[in-house]
Write a protein that binds this ligand. Structure first.
Ligand SMILES: C[S@@+](CC[C@H](N)C(=O)[O-])C[C@H]1O[C@@H](n2cnc3c(N)ncnc32)[C@H](O)[C@@H]1O
Length: 280
């Protein structure tokens, strides 16, 4: 048997030059192996860990050293202060996606009973964050992957959020309501020949969540083209997109007759979220 402190040292050595923060990741993986928090490790550094836990820890370390994202190993990711279950079937929620939540909440100021559609819900992160902030809103969340819908439903159940209806749908195909106040989407928007995509992302995250044809714009344009049929008068479409896609996205919004079209930047000052409103 080894102690917590020695196990962390061992993990740090194994992950050095393989991950950005070996010390932090070794601690996270050890905490996950023994089902405790990182704080527990600090307060109990001399305590021994069982052989079974150490074996589990070794397995996690090897997976991480090979490049598997830590969120898939832990089967958990925090988004908007919510603990979400994730699996390789869903995209790992990204911090930059919190911008679209901030913009939606701003638009929903004073509107407690809004109707919201989240297209391509994945882990459910966007729908769940909005459900948490707007408990009286009626939210529909769809994805064409039933595996994603299963995970999103588990997350809703774990968080006791019951104001979301989940449907398996190819974009709008099975959506039977046409007066949403807000339609929100973070669709796949990476071009299949993008050379900047990180190895970890390309190897481990679902292709169907990442890539779109026509330089990454096909799904964005499909959503922009069809959303007006599903929005109420003065309803707004909000989409997340790649940082080089702002111009193309605004042009498409404009071609489809939206008003008040503008793009917001994320924390890196990258164009990330574009919105437009329809008037009918
Ligand atoms: C970039 S991920 C976003 C997931 C989640 N909303 C988030 O922000 O982390 C795109 C999601 O769109 C879904 N998707 C891809 N093509 C779709 C389609 N034709 N119809 C519905 N959903 C689709 C994928 O399964 C994936 O969950």
């Amino acid at each position: 048997m080894t102690s917590i402190q020695k196990a962390v040292q061992h993990g740090r050595q194994l992950l050095t030059n393989k991950v950005h923060n070996p010390d932090q990741e070794a601690s996270l993986l050890l905490a996950h192996s023994i089902n405790k928090t990182k704080e527990f490790l600090i307060a109990h550094s001399d305590e021994p860990i069982s052989d079974a836990s150490f074996q589990r820890y070794q397995e996690y370390l090897s997976r991480r050293a090979e490049g598997e994202p830590i969120a898939y190993i832990q089967q958990q990711k925090e988004f908007w202060s919510l603990d979400l279950k994730v699996s390789p079937a869903v995209l790992i929620p990204r911090p930059e996606t919190e911008l679209i939540i901030e913009v939606a909440l701003e638009l929903l100021t004073g509107k407690d009973h809004a109707t919201i559609l989240d297209l391509g819900t994945g882990s459910g992160c966007i729908a769940l964050a909005l459900a948490k902030e707007k408990p009286h809103a009626q939210i529909t969340a769809c994805d064409n992957s039933s595996d994603c819908i299963d995970i999103a439903k588990v997350n809703a159940q774990n968080l006791a959020l019951d104001n979301i209806t989940f449907i398996t749908s190819h974009w709008f195909q099975s959506v039977d309501t046409n007066n949403f106040d807000i339609i929100i989407s973070n669709p796949p928007y990476i071009s299949s020949d993008d050379e900047d995509i990180e190895y970890e992302v390309q190897k481990y995250e679902p292709e169907s969540a990442l890539f779109s044809c026509n330089n990454g714009l096909e799904d964005l344009f499909h959503i922009i083209n069809h959303a007006p049929n599903y929005l109420s008068s003065y309803g707004t479409l909000l989409v997340e997109h790649g940082y080089k896609q702002g111009n193309d996205v605004r042009t498409q919004f404009s071609k489809c007759g939206y008003n008040n079209i503008h793009t917001l930047q994320d924390m890196q000052q990258h164009e990330r979220v574009t919105q437009g409103t329809v008037t009918k």
